[in-house]
Design a protein around this ligand. Structure first.
Ligand SMILES: *[C@@H]1O[C@H](CO)[C@@H](O)[C@H](O)[C@H]1NC(C)=O
Ligand SMILES: *[C@@H]1O[C@H](CO)[C@@H](O)[C@H](O)[C@H]1NC(C)=O
Ligand SMILES: *[C@@H]1O[C@H](CO)[C@@H](O)[C@H](O)[C@H]1NC(C)=O
Ligand SMILES: *[C@@H]1O[C@H](CO)[C@@H](O)[C@H](O)[C@H]1NC(C)=O
Ligand SMILES: *[C@@H]1O[C@H](CO)[C@@H](O)[C@H](O)[C@H]1NC(C)=O
Ligand SMILES: *[C@@H]1O[C@H](CO)[C@@H](O)[C@H](O)[C@H]1NC(C)=O
Ligand SMILES: *[C@@H]1O[C@H](CO)[C@@H](O)[C@H](O)[C@H]1NC(C)=O
Ligand SMILES: *[C@@H]1O[C@H](CO)[C@@H](O)[C@H](O)[C@H]1NC(C)=O
Ligand SMILES: *[C@@H]1O[C@H](CO)[C@@H](O)[C@H](O)[C@H]1NC(C)=O
Length: 642
């Protein structure tokens, strides 16, 4: 048996006093394996490794300068985004039209500056590709130079592509570029040029560009390595996707921009993309299959949301006006079913599952939890109520083993059938979070389980919005998390949010990743989780000290393998605070302590990314022992129980 003890203690705002924590010898409940995970909202320019911004001119208005976002002419070419008369695919109606004026000489073409620049590393191979065609046939034969360059125009790597003016239908070309040196900055570009004199007077159209660095697990169309590795290092056990607001555009009632799962599958040229939840364009290169493969790569349980059938922006429908909506909801429920068939259906009997097999994954994915909608606000409760009924009735009869998660406030409104799970979100101040460690303690134990699908300390104790998570915010997160752990008989999963927006849990730019102080709290809780909760002296809800105790047992019968017991201590006082632990176990004389501490307002900024990191040391322990928690700290103590 592996025993793991976790104590989380939080102190704030009061005089020094000795706190004694007495621990029970028996567990009160198992801790769900899904407890700590991640929620996800968007991937372009972040987790998704594509380096070119606006790579396929998706969802832009042809002819506008905005349509050329991230693209620029090189040496005087004429660039416009056009609505192609012969588009490269029905999903991608736009193309880049480049005209080279008569009398031009020298290299002429265009470049792309990436999302926030582009990082290139010596020795890495970058996969470039694009489609081109000549709208007017000619006898031109020439070279197009594809290169990556630094901001001074120095070529880091380049390769020629032979093109023919007789090529009036679309042709895709692939180029591998391996720079020999690493440029000093991420202020780099992707450039395509041709000889102006040779191509003078010609027009060439281009579509669907792509430039990929090496990816996580070498997956094609995969994830950015450094971000993926940072997320993997949290050892998350579930992944909520496609996020909350990412499901459907939140501002207004616009449903045209929602996540359409079947428009995110297959070749990239078949993905139309969409105007996303935060007002920028999503390529949907990171599509349904990519999300599911990412879950497999990180051994995460997917928590997949399905669209509840309406925009979230202030719609309100009176109960007696519902009739026209009912048939559409029945149709919608049928469509949600197709998504689930795609994920877990049998290819032999279902066309959607057969599509999955065709895309290379005949095995069904693991799927237990399906969330209906996102953050249902009071104004859409009426709509939600009948949709919940129609959806769950239809989906449950086909998939009796699935769990459906409701996204209203808990039991408000009353839904039929009664939800077995709710997803509740909380974005609050440091003070609120640290005072609400007991939030779930008062919930009735009546079979309903809760998913804390989004939570974060977003303001400090003065009410100011935090741009970067500070030690103050991270310790407040930790206090709240002790409550989630204590209540893990009814809280089955929790995910901090946002994961990757800029800036948040994991801050990044084109060149690097900067895990926040809150990231390390999430990581400590996730790495040192138990499988049983051990009751102990209860903290007082408005007190200075908070803790939770967990134990980790192995499955091997009749064998006691006492190994590691993390003891987690959080102190929100500026002063060091002493705690005495009374354990009903014989424990080793020493324990490993992982301590995350810093000044209240300290944050891991890109200019000083490693300011607050967990540090490991050895401490003395025993069945009764004292621990001094530094001011503003999160501590994990790993004890051996003998
Ligand atoms: C910290 O310790 C100092 C010195 O003992 C004491 O005056 C102060 O009140 C303590 N601060 C808090 C917040 O407990
Ligand atoms: C491509 O651009 C050129 C020059 O700006 C223009 O003359 C031509 O009409 C454009 N082609 C299309 C299909 O819009
Ligand atoms: C622009 O033209 C100049 C002069 O011909 C040439 O030296 C330069 O390399 C060209 N720029 C690019 C980015 O190709
Ligand atoms: C990815 O490919 C590179 C280069 O071929 C190789 O060195 C590396 O081991 C591969 N990584 C994985 C996870 O397969
Ligand atoms: C890059 O291209 C090579 C060769 O075509 C291919 O083996 C590899 O999977 C590609 N890598 C990515 C990340 O697309
Ligand atoms: C997605 O599915 C819907 C409903 O079956 C269908 O109308 C639509 O054409 C599909 N879209 C794509 C891109 O396959
Ligand atoms: C699916 O779930 C089963 C049981 O929980 C687990 O053993 C298996 O590893 C999972 N498969 C994947 C691909 O995650
Ligand atoms: C179950 O518990 C919740 C949370 O305390 C409560 O709101 C709800 O009314 C309870 N339901 C029943 C059927 O008792
Ligand atoms: C601790 O060890 C002593 C001496 O071996 C033993 O008598 C006692 O029962 C143990 N206590 C616990 C709680 O295991």
């Amino acid at each position: 048996m592996i025993l793991v003890l976790g104590f989380i203690l939080v102190f704030f705002g009061s005089a020094l006093s000795q706190t004694t924590v007495s621990v029970s010898s028996t567990a009160s409940h198992p801790i769900p394996t899904t407890l700590w995970g991640q929620m996800f909202e968007s991937g372009d320019g972040g987790l998704y490794a594509e380096l070119l911004q606006n790579r396929a001119f998706q969802q832009v208005d042809a002819g506008t300068s905005a349509a050329l976002k991230a693209w620029y002419p090189v040496n005087g070419s004429l660039l416009t985004v056009i609505t192609e008369t012969e588009p490269v695919s029905s999903a991608l109606p736009n193309a880049l039209n480049m005209t080279i004026a008569s009398g031009t000489t020298g290299p002429v073409g265009f470049g792309n500056s990436g999302y926030f620049g582009i990082k290139f590393t010596a020795g890495n191979t970058y996969n470039a590709s694009f489609y081109y065609r000549f709208p007017e046939s000619s006898d031109f034969i020439g070279e197009v130079d594809v290169s990556i360059q630094n901001s001074d125009g120095d070529v880091l790597a380049s390769a020629p592509v032979l093109v023919s003016g007789a090529q009036t239908s679309w042709k895709q070309v692939f180029i591998l570029l391996t720079p020999g040196t690493t440029p000093d900055t991420t202020d780099n570009v992707f450039v395509v040029t041709t000889d102006g004199a040779a191509a003078s007077g010609l027009t060439v159209n281009f579509a669907m560009f792509s430039l990929f660095p090496p990816t996580f697990n070498n997956r094609s169309n995969g994830m950015r390595n450094d971000i993926a590795e940072t997320l993997q290092a949290m050892k998350p056990s579930f992944f909520r996707f496609p996020g909350g607001n990412n499901l459907v555009y939140y501002q207004g009632s616009n449903t045209a921009t929602r996540w359409v799962w079947n428009a995110t599958l297959g070749p990239l040229v078949d993905r139309p993309g969409r105007l996303g939840d935060w007002g920028y364009i999503n390529t949907d290169g990171l599509g349904l299959l990519e999300y599911l493969l990412w879950c497999e790569d990180l051994e995460m349980e997917p928590i997949m949301a399905v669209w509840a059938g309406y925009g979230l922006g202030g719609q309100s429908v009176a109960e007696d006006n519902l009739e026209p909506y009912i048939q559409s909801a029945i149709d919608q429920a049928r469509l949600r079913l197709t998504l689930i068939y795609f994920v877990i259906g049998d290819p032999a009997t279902n066309d959607y599952a057969a599509r999955r097999a065709e895309l290379g994954h005949p095995e069904p994915f693991n799927l237990t939890y399906v969330e209906i909608g996102n953050e249902v606000r009071p104004c859409v409760c009426v709509l939600y109520g009948y949709r919940w009924n129609l959806y769950v009735t239809a989906l449950q009869s086909e998939f009796p083993d699935l769990h459906f998660i409701a996204t209203t406030y808990a039991f408000n409104p009353i839904l039929d059938p009664t939800p077995t799970e709710y997803d509740l979100h909380v974005y609050q101040s440091s003070t609120w979070m640290s005072e609400n460690s007991f939030y779930y303690d008062v919930f009735q134990r009546n079979g309903t389980k809760y998913f804390e699908g989004e939570y974060a300390t977003t303001t400090n104790d003065q009410g100011s919005t935090l741009q970067y998570s500070t030690v103050e915010a991270a310790t407040a997160d930790a206090v709240f998390m002790t409550g989630l752990e204590r209540n893990s008989d009814i809280v089955f999963a929790a995910s901090y949010a946002p994961l990757l927006q800029h800036p948040n849990l994991v801050v990044f730019d084109a060149g690097a990743v900067y895990p926040s102080v809150s990231y390390y709290v999430q990581q400590l809780f996730s790495l040192y989780r138990g499988d049983e909760y051990i009751p102990s002296t209860l903290p007082t809800s408005n007190g200075n000290v908070f803790w939770s105790v967990v134990r980790k047992t192995s499955v091997t019968p009749n064998e006691l393998i006492i190994k590691a017991n993390p003891l987690q201590v959080i102190n929100r006082n500026v002063n060091t605070t002493d705690v005495t632990f009374e354990l009903p176990f014989n424990v080793s004389d020493t324990a490993t302590a992982m301590v995350l501490t810093g000044e209240k307002t300290s944050a891991n900024l890109p200019s000083d990314p490693d300011l607050v990191l967990p540090r490991t040391s050895s401490i003395s322990t025993g069945s009764i022992f004292d621990y001094s928690a530094p001011g503003f700290s999160v501590n994990v103590l790993v004890l051996d129980i003998e």
